[in-house]
Design a binder for this molecule. Structure first.
Ligand SMILES: [Ca+2]
Length: 168
């Protein structure tokens, strides 16, 4: 018994420390490195921002959608509507990058429903432009740029509807 214990404790500690270094690998309480690792979307603010029932405001990483709140830009209302249909009232998971918050205190996250990353869907369907603010997204920028390029080639959403194009 004691032999087995002396073997497994260091192993457990090693596993735990790996998990800590894993960034947003959440612990048992559902906490990621920067904030909650899951939540329910109470309200969609616009195409790239949501409020969780737990109170956090979350700004989607790597994307920017046209405004639909204080001012209304081309495709702003459509982007908000698309985001609403995707996540409002839904359980989502959150993954973080290097910097946890923006200057407004909003959590910066990749937001997923099941295996679907909503940030990517918004670009893929032509509802969002790519917005890369390093060091966040350095590992993801090529993925997002190619999704935006495909949306542009296929005349999706804002790429066909807006002149001038809000992504340029
Ligand atoms: Ca925006």
């Amino acid at each position: 018994m004691s032999m087995r214990f002396s073997f497994s404790l260091p192993l457990m500690l090693a596993l735990l420390s790996c998990q800590d270094e894993g960034g947003d690998a959440g612990d048992a309480a559902g906490e990621g490195r920067c904030g909650p690792s899951e939540g329910v979307v109470a309200q969609v603010v616009d195409g790239d921002t949501i409020d969780l029932e737990s109170g956090e405001r979350v700004r989607y990483l790597m994307i920017d959608t046209p405004e639909s709140t204080t001012e209304v830009e081309c495709w702003g209302p459509e982007a908000k509507q698309a985001n609403t249909e995707l996540v409002e009232g839904q359980s989502v998971s959150l993954a973080y990058d290097v910097e946890c918050e923006d200057d407004y205190g909003r959590l910066l996250a990749y937001v997923s429903r099941g295996e679907t990353v909503i940030n990517e869907v918004m670009v893929e369907r032509g509802h969002a432009c790519v917005l890369h603010i390093p060091p966040n997204g350095d590992a993801m920028v090529e993925t997002y740029e190619s999704l935006a390029y495909a949306a542009e080639m296929l005349d999706k959403g804002l790429w066909a509807a807006c002149d001038p194009n809000p992504c340029q």
